[in-house]
Ligand binder design. Structure first.
Ligand SMILES: Nc1ncnc2c1ncn2[C@@H]1O[C@H](COP(=O)(O)OP(=O)(O)OP(=O)(O)O)[C@@H](O)[C@H]1O
Length: 566
């Protein structure tokens, strides 16, 4: 804070701004009312003003009253005697930002040239008119001045002009000496370009964050399009290649893990949109509200907790590219109606929005449900089904394309050996067992198992005893197990693994001897062997029972039944 007592000419006032690194100077009229604010940016345009003043021989002077100069603003009073030589309008016109001044009642008393340039409104349209009247007659969409008068506080907001440009409007209340409101000074800045740059930045940010949530197209994806095919799937990929270049909607059906997403990427990468974005959204993964917001985006402050900036929907972000909607059969009916509009008109309404948005996106969809059944159950719109399934492709489960199992095992073994720097190979018997496994989780299950075997085994050779129990159950069901279908490292699974090893060993020695016996007898023989082994390797019946996954009393009963002693 400092006091200014000396006379200051206009140039000196501007220099003061510069020299003292002030951000703004308030300009006060002869009656002591603040009628303008010179910002640092205005100093830049002051050169032009000075030149003009010099040309006209005007040497305006300002007197710094015994007023306070803060770090950010200096208050100066025009010298009464020389005021007539300082046309305030000229000062306002020198500003780069638009200025709009009303009195305390909201009647327009001054605007500058920049305001006319930015808004396209003329002084003759607004001077002397009340803001309410201007809003009513449509000259101005919203009056910041009226808000400042109502609240007695500065107000800043972004307004849209009819030509789409955005302006930042900041209204400041100006007080008279007695503390009452005297004027409202509003500055107006065209921020269209600034917003455009910010928007681009925000789009980029959202795209980056999408990488974490969704699969965004990336040529470096390790699993991208490294295909193992057999006759059963080669036809699917050939068909995909034929239709990829067109924009037709493809509905991919198949069990989980059969490669639906991979096929969708394949379609995208063989299409003309290959250089644009590929986004994937799993419609079964989110509750309805969130799904709608992700897909269609929302307007700023559309609902409690919504970002004040709003959010772009995937339909927007994927504009020009491909949007893959996985598990489309789980899309709630209300959103199916909205999606139908996108399919038919390439337009959609963001949540809480007021304007329809256009999008040029190729929609690919997939479902593990039979969508026709969903339609017949009334859970999927028939019109949407036909729109989305112009070309339906069904990927068979892995058990129906067994020819792919061994190539897939080798493919992923070398992939994970490379990734984890290990050397591993499959024992032929292991390959045989895995080749006859039913793979309910399809290729994803196979990939997970291979990675797990690579990292958990110590020997180079992967033998059958290292396999989880469920993989020992061949298609004939000779050894059926209730083990969990996906491999994991839980203690439960360790028990199952141990059991499976025992079962396998028991199986190989028992099958020959028992060829002519009944299933019940075989099972009992195996059970006895397993119990004996468990008792051999554990000190107590409790530990043996736990290793077998049964409780102690069951084990004791079985020991009695088979007359097994410790
Ligand atoms: N023909 C193939 N050759 C090699 N890898 C494949 C093949 N098909 C699928 N995969 C791989 O199998 C895994 C599962 O495939 P994908 O995610 O495409 O299945 P999905 O049917 O979309 O599964 P979900 O229904 O659970 O979404 C992926 O890692 C994928 O790269």
């Amino acid at each position: 804070m400092q006091n200014v007592e000396q006379d200051l000419k206009l140039e000196a006032a501007l220099a003061l701004l510069d020299r003292q690194s002030l951000d703004a100077v308030k300009v006060i009229d002869p009656q002591g009312e603040v009628i303008g604010v010179l910002t640092r940016q205005d100093v830049e345009s002051a050169g032009e003003l000075k030149e003009r003043l010099a040309r006209e021989g005007t040497r305006p002077a300002y007197r710094g009253a015994s007023s306070t100069v803060s770090d950010t603003a200096a208050t100066m009073q025009p010298a009464q005697d020389r005021l007539t030589r300082v046309p305030i309008q000229r000062l306002l016109d020198a500003l780069h930002d638009g200025v709009y001044i009303t009195d305390a009642h909201g009647v327009t008393v001054a605007i500058n040239q920049a305001y006319e340039r930015i808004t396209g409104l003329k002084g003759s349209d607004v001077l002397g008119r009340h803001m309410r009247e201007l809003v009513r007659s449509g000259y101005i969409s919203k009056s910041v001045s009226l808000e400042v008068i109502r609240d007695g506080q500065p107000v800043t907001l972004v307004q849209s002009l009819r030509d789409g440009r955005k302006i930042l409007v900041s209204g400041m209340p100006m007080q008279a000496d007695d503390g009452t409101l005297s004027h409202v000074v509003t500055s107006v800045r065209d921020i269209t370009e600034l917003l455009r740059a910010k928007h681009a930045q925000e789009q980029l940010r959202q795209l980056h964050s999408l990488h974490d949530t969704y699969s965004v197209n990336s040529g470096t994806d390790e699993q991208s399009l490294e295909l193992v095919t057999s006759d059963a799937t080669a036809d699917c990929f050939a068909l995909a290649e034929r239709v990829a270049a067109t924009d037709v909607k493809v509905l991919i059906q198949g069990e989980t893990g059969t490669g639906k997403t991979l096929l969708a990427r394949y379609l995208h990468e063989h299409s003309e949109r290959a250089n644009s974005v590929f986004l994937e959204l799993n419609c079964a993964a989110l509750p309805e509200g969130l799904l709608e917001a992700e897909l269609f985006g929302y307007a700023p402050g559309a609902f409690t907790g919504a970002s004040a900036r709003g959010k772009q929907g995937l339909l927007d972000v994927a504009n020009g590219g491909t949007l893959f909607l996985d598990e489309i059969g789980d899309l709630p009916l209300s959103l199916q109606a909205k999606l139908l509009k996108v399919v038919e008109e390439q337009r959609f309404m963001p949540v809480g929005g007021t304007e329809l948005k256009r999008t040029n996106v190729r929609l690919l969809t997939a479902s593990h449900h039979d969508l026709r059944v969903r339609v017949s159950e009334g859970r999927f719109r028939e019109d949407l089904y036909y729109r989305l399934s112009v070309v339906p492709i069904t990927l068979p489960p892995l058990r129906e394309r067994r020819a792919e199992i061994t190539p897939l095992l080798h493919h992923y073994l070398s992939h994970f050996c490379h990734r984890h720097a290990r050397v591993r190979r499959f024992d032929p018997e292991t390959l045989e067992l895995l080749g006859s496994h039913d793979w309910p989780g399809n290729i994803r299950e196979l990939i997970n198992l291979v990675e797990r075997l690579v990292v958990t085994t110590c020997d180079e050779l992967i033998t059958p005893k290292m396999l989880p129990m469920e993989c020992l159950a061949g298609p004939s069901g000779t050894l059926h197990s209730a083990a969990p279908s996906s491999p994991d490292n839980s203690p439960d699974n360790a028990v199952h693994q141990q059991q499976s090893r025992q079962l396998l060993e028991a199986h190989s020695s028992a099958t020959d001897d028992l060829r002519d016996t009944t299933l019940k007898e075989k099972t009992e023989a195996l059970e006895q062997q397993l119990i004996k082994r468990a008792l051999d390797s554990h000190r107590t019946t409790r530990a043996a029972a736990s290793a077998l996954g049964i409780n102690q009393s069951t084990l004791v009963k079985k020991m009695q039944k088979y007359a097994i002693r410790r």
